[in-house]
Write a protein that binds this ligand. Structure first.
Ligand SMILES: Nc1ncnc2c1ncn2[C@@H]1O[C@H](COP(=O)(O)OP(=O)(O)OP(=O)(O)O)[C@@H](O)[C@H]1O
Ligand SMILES: [Mg+2]
Length: 332
């Protein structure tokens, strides 16, 4: 009894992103090209130096860890050096810790190499990256490097040229849904399909965010529906934003502005409002040339907001521009 209650407690405590982190490369969802390349590496055992790059929450860290586990199995502890942005990775660490690890003698199965994992490598200073160049070459017969980063351009060119680049992209709605269903079933989460849709909408291709939002909604409300999801995620409700866009398209400028004012007064940041507007427009059923025009104007407004001018006036100005685009489209 005691053990069951403590286990349910600990289950409750584990974030679902960790609980459902795939342990094997095959279990990683999406990015089929990247994953199949990694699977080949896991099978053959000869790992090249690699850089995984892509947006957050798409499975880079997960892939590297799974790959290292598959390559080294029981030797993982001695054979892998794992450093991420929370570790000091200045030039001294490259000179001492990484070099020492590369020189260390470890008995591994034939054809296997020690692995240095540098997660979030885009936060390494370029000095530290420079110091890595020669180390990567000198010890290449015994040690291989796996780097993960969000923007590959922050990795200096010489390192890029020593590595195979594997790109990850945002996951599709379908892929996220598939994974959510697995978790929903395992955790017995009560839901309605619209609730999962809302989670997918707010996650925008980021699996980590999708799982976190699912867990947050579940622990906050015990029921996953649209309302609860948007309350938890604190994003403007897409239906509300959709109404604004529809009013613009129907020529009801005042109503559109009123809807916008309501959102603004609720305290949503202009950035949240504009990104939701963009996503609504992208999926809105309207004439293509008009949609392109709308997206262009939204892009310009986004730029101004990013420059710091996030006033209600800017957002209203956007609605005015959209209304004018509609007028010109109708006139022509
Ligand atoms: N492709 C995927 N398949 C299954 N689960 C995934 C996938 N991508 C992410 N996840 C889930 O999201 C969590 C975070 O993923 P991961 O740490 O691999 O992201 P990341 O790509 O390294 O992101 P970051 O750039 O922020 O470090 C994992 O624990 C896992 O539960
Ligand atoms: Mg990561």
């Amino acid at each position: 009894m005691a053990s069951s209650s403590s286990s349910s407690l600990s289950n409750y405590d584990i974030p679902w992103v960790e609980k459902y982190r795939p342990n094997k490369v095959v279990d990683i969802v999406g990015n089929e090209d990247a994953v199949s390349r990694l699977q080949v590496i896991a099978r053959d055992g000869n790992m090249p130096n690699i850089i995984l790059s892509g947006p957050p929450g798409t499975g880079k860290t997960t892939s590297i860890l799974a790959l290292a586990h598959e390559l080294l199995g029981p030797n993982y502890r001695e054979g892998v050096l794992e450093l991420n942005a929370s570790d000091d990775r200045g030039i001294d660490v490259v000179r001492n810790k990484i070099k020492m690890f590369a020189q260390k003698k470890v008995t591994l199965p034939p054809g296997r190499h020690k692995v240095v994992i540098l997660d979030e490598a885009d936060s390494m200073t370029s000095g530290a990256q420079q110091a890595l160049r020669r180390t990567m070459e000198i010890y290449s017969n015994s040690t291989r490097f796996a780097l993960a980063c969000n923007t590959s351009s922050k990795i200096i060119e010489p390192i890029q040229s020593r590595c195979a680049l594997v790109r990850f992209s945002r996951l599709s709605d379908q892929q996220i849904l598939g994974r959510l269903m697995v978790v929903v079933e395992a955790e017995k989460v009560p839901y309605v399909p619209e609730g999962l849709e809302a989670i997918i909408f707010t996650a925008d291709g980021d699996m980590r965010q999708a799982l976190n939002n699912l867990q947050a909604t579940h622990s906050g409300f015990r029921f996953v529906n649209q309302e609860n999801v948007f309350k938890v995620c604190d994003q403007p409700h897409p239906l509300h934003v959709k109404n604004i866009v529809r009013n613009v398209l129907e020529g009801k400028f005042d109503d559109a502005c009123f809807g916008l004012k309501q959102l603004y007064d609720l305290g949503y940041s202009p950035t949240d409002i504009i990104t939701t507007i963009f996503r609504i427009i992208k999926n809105y059923d309207m004439a293509e040339y008009l949609k392109l025009e709308f997206m262009k104007e939204t892009g310009f407004a986004h730029m101004r907001i990013c420059d710091g001018v996030g006033s209600y006036l800017q957002l209203c100005g956007l609605l005015a521009k959209l209304s004018m685009a509609r007028e010109t489209a109708r006139a022509s």
